[in-house]
Ligand binder design. Structure first.
Ligand SMILES: C[S@@+](CC[C@H](N)C(=O)[O-])C[C@H]1O[C@@H](n2cnc3c(N)ncnc32)[C@H](O)[C@@H]1O
Length: 264
């Protein structure tokens, strides 16, 4: 169902070059520091990019081999590849049309996109130092299958930089899946207030952008999809009916034999 939905989006809006990210964004709150610099051409999508900045910088990716799963229209992978300097970066998405758009739109050294399923990753075991996953896992039929594949393609000690949203009644099952994944929780943060603030600050751009691609009788649907103020997602986040969390998870490093054992 989600493949169809995102394929239709990409087919209909594949040439809309200014729209490169599809998440609800992240804003530093007034009491927090840590804003980051962007080139002028990236400023328009600051808040969705900031969600990538938030997860991708939890541990440095410079010099690493990085995979993004659910790369969408590619703007997040492009930010990571251009600003955070991994050695290599590949984005995969279930939607072939979104992948085709991404390869056309983001021509960046050491970055490419290919079609792939989060539950059947087209990569050898232990191929990556970091995996990034932003607002995509809510679509996956088997969250266990996703975590098993991430663990398989990560090198020992490698990280999953992970963020997503869940309805309040789904949070216990989500945490249980993370617990049984065999990935260690290095850091977890409830970023719901940061996402609410991003949606508030970005609401006009979201409304105008959504209506540029689906206006007239479809305006109300576009507003819901893009998270304009007063619609379902911001309201659920504000009421506690939905939460947005970020995680840094780690594949356990290879256990070293003890000195006594190694000595024979
Ligand atoms: C809300 S969009 C977020 C895209 C991107 N991460 C961003 O923040 O702009 C969710 C993406 O997940 C992708 N997706 C859904 N199910 C998938 C799966 N099983 N494997 C890979 N990608 C998937 C969709 O095609 C879509 O591009």
């Amino acid at each position: 169902m989600w493949r169809l939905f995102f394929d239709v989006l990409a087919a209909r809006f594949g040439n809309v070059g200014w729209w490169t990210l599809m998440n609800y964004g992240y804003a530093e709150l007034e009491s927090e520091t840590g804003s980051f610099d962007l080139e002028p051409e990236d400023e328009a999508e600051r808040y969705p990019i900031a969600l990538y900045h938030h997860v991708a910088t939890m541990v440095p990716v410079a010099g690493c081999d990085v995979l993004e799963i659910g790369s969408g229209r590619g703007g997040g992978a492009s930010y990571v590849a251009r600003y955070l300097k991994p050695r290599s970066m590949v984005g995969i998405d279930l939607s072939g049309r979104a992948v085709a758009f991404s390869n056309r739109r983001h021509v960046v050294a050491n970055l490419h996109f290919r079609q792939g399923d989060a539950e059947r990753l087209p990569f050898e075991d232990q191929s990556f130092d970091s995996v990034i996953n932003v607002e995509s896992s809510f679509c996956y039929p088997s969250i266990d299958g996703f975590f098993a594949e991430v663990k398989r393609v990560l090198r020992p000690g490698g990280h999953l930089h992970y963020t997503d949203l869940r309805l309040a009644h789904e949070l216990v099952a989500w945490h249980a899946a993370i617990s049984r994944s065999g990935l260690e929780i290095v850091h977890e943060q409830d970023i719901t207030t940061n996402v609410i603030e991003a949606l508030r600050r970005d609401s006009n751009r979201r409304r105008d952008g959504g209506r540029r691609i689906a206006g007239g009788p479809f305006s109300a649907i576009a507003d819901v999809f893009t998270g304009v103020g007063g619609t379902r997602i911001p309201s659920l986040l504000a009421s506690g009916g939905m939460a947005y969390h970020s995680f840094l998870l780690r594949k356990p490093p290879v256990a070293q034999p003890s000195a006594a054992y190694a000595a024979g």
